[in-house]
Design a protein around this ligand. Structure first.
Ligand SMILES: [Cu+2]
Length: 167
């Protein structure tokens, strides 16, 4: 589908009166194309977007079968982390650490909420991505691929690929 230059411009700038007048002169099939293109843009815009800062994984030594991954997540729109995975581990979960009756306890959470514009820290002693059933020890300096699945308020899911460095 090729759109005339005026049309592609019309998608990016708020429609002014002159744009409207210009659009009204296009054929109805062109108009249909424009509507489809706008719908595509809207669905893209509705997807959750997140900024990932300083992702890292705690390096392990031989008998150790699990470790944690940490980072800062800032979503542009309200979203939640609903799943995590990595090729280096059999099971990957989002965990929370909490003091319960004076004992530090860790448990999997169904979803980690990311309020819009607010940095959420995954850090030791708090939320973290738990990597369990490690296939190999993770050496310092190694890059560990992680995938987070995010769900926006509109239930649209997006996948975020992360490269975390072991340290
Ligand atoms: Cu954990």
């Amino acid at each position: 589908m090729r759109l005339p230059p005026a049309l592609s411009l019309g998608l990016q700038v708020p429609m002014g009166l002159s744009t409207m007048r210009a659009l009204s002169s296009f054929s109805s099939s062109t108009m249909r194309c424009l509507l489809i293109a706008s719908a595509l843009l809207l669905s893209l815009a509705a997807q959750a977007q997140v900024k990932v800062d300083d992702p890292w994984v705690r390096a392990t030594v031989a008998p150790q079968k699990s470790t944690g991954a940490f980072m800062q997540l800032t979503a542009t729109k309200p979203a939640k982390v609903v799943a995590a995975s990595s090729p280096v581990a059999d099971v990957v979960e989002v965990h929370e650490m909490k003091m319960v009756d004076g004992v530090m306890k860790m448990r999997a959470v169904d979803a980690l909420p990311l309020p819009a514009g607010q940095a959420v820290a995954l850090k030791p002693g708090s939320y973290h991505v738990m990597l369990m059933g490690l296939k190999n020890p993770i050496k310092a300096g190694e890059t560990v691929p992680l995938t987070l699945t995010l769900e926006g308020e509109d239930k649209q899911r997006t996948v975020v690929e992360i490269k975390a460095v072991a340290r």
